[in-house]
Design a protein around this ligand. Structure first.
Ligand code: AMP
Ligand code: ZN
Length: 192
């Protein structure tokens, strides 16, 4: 495997850097995160260096998800405390990516495990949801992708007769002012 100089995860793939490996096949490697959100926190990476989500070859991206499924089941069946599992993929600096070799976090969850996601989970009007859908679909339509089964979209959402409520377990902060969100996404164990 060709190592990208200065990439710590390529070093782990090529065994120039140490790690606790839990899975390896032709396409992906999985090893323990050195700063786990909870015990059992694993990173699943492509063995070929890539940076962002869409840089990963489709077959490899699919394998990463399959391996994440297998690891999640292993976590639940293990002696680790694991009532649920989160997957997290940081694609880009704005999404809190810190290591620029693509990786999928897979980590056990249980009540009061300290993991939080800072976000403004405010509801949106139907108009706003439709506008967002159209923004994404404009690109998919342009590229001939999406909506394979019906060829249509946007007509199936039932009208809301009550305002959307914040989802339980998440922040209920007041409407967000314009500007970037505050705080880090993956925040059980803040790193220096
Ligand atoms: P992200 O913010 O998604 O880019 O997260 C990068 C993750 O890589 C962090 O959770 C780090 O703790 C983890 N990490 C960085 N260096 C290593 C390493 N040498 N071995 C294992 N995990 C690492
Ligand atoms: Zn790399």
């Amino acid at each position: 495997m060709t190592e990208k100089p200065d990439c710590i995860f390529c070093g782990i793939v090529d065994r120039h850097a140490g790690s606790d490996i839990v899975w390896e096949d032709k396409l992906v490697l999985a090893f323990m995160d050195i700063n786990p959100v909870t015990d059992g926190h694993v990173l699943v990476i492509p063995k070929v260096h890539s940076v962002g989500l869409t840089d990963i070859a489709p077959e490899t991206a699919g394998r990463m998800m399959t391996v994440a499924q297998r690891l999640a089941q292993a976590m639940k069946d293990s002696d680790l405390r694991c009532d649920g599992v989160n997957l997290f993929f940081a694609d880009g600096e704005a999404a809190f990516q810190e290591v620029f070799h693509s990786h999928l976090h897979v980590f056990p969850r249980f009540p009061d495990d300290g993991f939080t996601i800072g976000a403004h989970w405010d509801g949106r009007s139907n108009e706003s949801l439709t506008a967002s859908a159209l923004a994404i679909r404009a690109v998919l339509d342009r590229d001939g992708d999406g909506l394979e089964l019906t060829g249509r979209g946007g007509e199936t959402r039932p009208e809301r007769d009550v305002p959307p409520r914040p989802r339980s377990g998440h922040s209920t902060s007041p409407p967000r002012p314009a500007g970037p969100p505050a705080g880090r996404g993956l925040a059980a164990n803040p790193r220096p």
